[in-house]
Design a protein around this ligand. Structure first.
Ligand code: PRP
Ligand code: URA
Length: 209
């Protein structure tokens, strides 16, 4: 079974509370998501392997550490996942970015695929899938499946707000993928929105409603 990591740092919780408020503007929502993504990225990358290397400082020769192992890819699920990319790129500027386009059908609430463009060597990278909302889990589960079909074996999922139903689905479909999240909310409503959640993340991020 994969691990569920709840990242409850006070700065993240405070910023998320502002994001949840109905009256928070798109500009503030975008900026807060960007800031939280960077803070969450610190935890998502906490266990990256290190290797020792020898370098010359201006004072002495030294054995120091650098990140070893697989290079990173950040994979936002369009649209709302786009708001989490820059925060991670601030931490890992050399990461490649792939895009997966999925939208939820308003009637069935099932994800519909409309775009997929990934870095060529994606199977050799640690792929961090990002999407602020993990509701039914359908979109995240499909995105992870698409990446596995391209040969990815090392995957993580980073969300802002999750519903228990979404966590359960991803853990069932992808027991090898750890989930990182800033809040585990109560439930889904009849429209499969997270309660209390923050509404439609894509619309709030881009001001489309
Ligand atoms: C939202 C959200 C997730 C998905 C979560 O996207 O950003 O991708 O819903 O729901 P699920 O867990 O039930 O699949 P949406 O389909 O609204 O598209 P958008 O980002 O383009 O607005
Ligand atoms: N998508 C969103 O943007 N918000 C939800 O609460 C559920 C799905």
């Amino acid at each position: 079974m994969s691990k569920f990591h709840l990242i409850d740092h006070p700065l993240i919780q405070h910023k998320l509370t502002i994001m949840r408020k109905t009256n928070t503007s798109s500009k503030d929502f975008r900026q807060l998501l960007d800031e939280i993504s960077m803070l969450m990225g610190y935890e998502v990358t906490r266990d990256l392997p290190l290797e020792e290397v020898e370098i010359n400082t201006p004072v002495a020769r030294a054995r120091v550490k650098q990140i070893a192992g697989k290079k990173l890819a950040i994979i936002p699920i369009l649209r709302a996942g786009l708001g989490m990319v820059d925060g991670l790129l601030n931490l890992v500027p050399v990461a490649r970015v792939g895009h997966i386009g999925l939208y939820r059908d308003p009637e069935t609430h099932l994800p519909v695929e409309y775009y997929c463009k990934l870095p060529p060597n994606i199977h050799n990278r640690l792929a961090i899938v990002v999407d602020p909302m993990l509701a039914t889990g359908g979109s995240a589960s499909d995105a992870l499946r698409m990446l596995k079909e391209k040969g990815c074996t090392d995957l993580r999922l980073m969300c802002l707000v999750a519903a228990p139903e979404g966590v359960e689905k991803v853990q069932k479909d992808h027991p090898d993928v750890d989930i990182y999240c800033a809040a585990l909310d109560e439930c889904l409503n009849d429209h499969k929105y997270i309660v209390p959640g923050l509404g439609d993340a894509g619309d709030r991020l881009f001001g489309t409603k």
